[in-house]
Ligand binder design. Structure first.
Ligand SMILES: Cc1cc2nc3c(=O)[nH]c(=O)nc-3n(C[C@H](O)[C@H](O)[C@H](O)COP(=O)(O)O)c2cc1C
Length: 203
């Protein structure tokens, strides 16, 4: 675990996925990861759209000092945790734009064998929580990354709503509570554990 490097990369308009990403960071440190980088992707929405939504504006201001994710973070890490809300069952354009700038790394094979899993949120239980994670994982498959979905490998997953693709939150309805935090911790630990196996087997 100590030789592993983890990049946590998130997008959040109103703070839900920021909180999930923060829990992931805490869990990674508790699990004894070597190094962890906590990164947001660049906000791309027009100022008028942000200004029209108080929560969005507040969250943007509150996280202005979080470092933006770059290609160096992807190259550096052995494992990634992504977190992003649904947009009509899909990834938000901010996260998609970040993923769409990875062509250089991808062409040179540098994203292959990275171990990854994702988390998400939607306003509704059936509002796209699973399809958003599957959208994320499509890109991961093209990278040749190894998706470490939680499946049903721990009781914590059932207690957090039972999404086997990754922790997901019904934003505004689910409390951001201990069962969700425990499920995030399990997902992070499992992702790191698999990254450790891959790294050890690759020596
Ligand atoms: C353009 C847009 C599209 C959205 N589409 C959906 C949707 O299809 N289903 C749903 O349940 N929630 C939808 N939402 C709600 C967001 O997923 C919700 O605000 C988000 O999960 C909160 O996460 P955050 O606090 O990290 O930004 C949408 C929100 C926006 C702004």
């Amino acid at each position: 675990m100590k030789d592993l490097k983890l990049a946590i990369i998130y997008y959040s308009s109103t703070g839900t996925n920021y909180q999930l990403a923060k829990w992931a960071e805490e869990a990674a440190k508790e699990a004894g990861v070597g190094e962890v980088r906590f990164r947001k992707v660049k906000e791309l929405a027009p100022e008028e759209a942000i200004a029209a939504n108080d929560d969005w504006k507040k969250h943007l201001d509150a996280t202005k000092d979080v470092q933006e994710a770059g290609m160096d973070d992807l190259e550096w890490a052995d494992a990634y945790i992504f977190s992003a809300p649904t947009r009509y069952g899909n990834l938000p354009s901010q996260m998609k734009q970040f993923l769409d700038t990875t062509g250089g790394l991808w062409f040179s094979g540098k994203l292959a064998n990275k171990v990854v899993s994702g988390m998400t949120s939607a306003s509704n239980v059936h509002g796209g929580q699973e399809s958003t994670l599957l959208s994320l994982y499509k890109t991961m498959h093209h990278w040749g990354a190894i998706v470490a979905a939680p499946g049903y490998t721990n009781e914590a997953i059932f207690a957090a709503g039972g999404n086997p693709y990754g922790v997901s939150v019904t934003a505004g309805k689910d409390e951001l509570n201990q069962p969700l935090k425990t499920a995030v911790a399990h997902q992070v630990k499992r992702t790191l554990q698999i990254a450790g196996w891959v790294k050890a087997g690759n020596k």
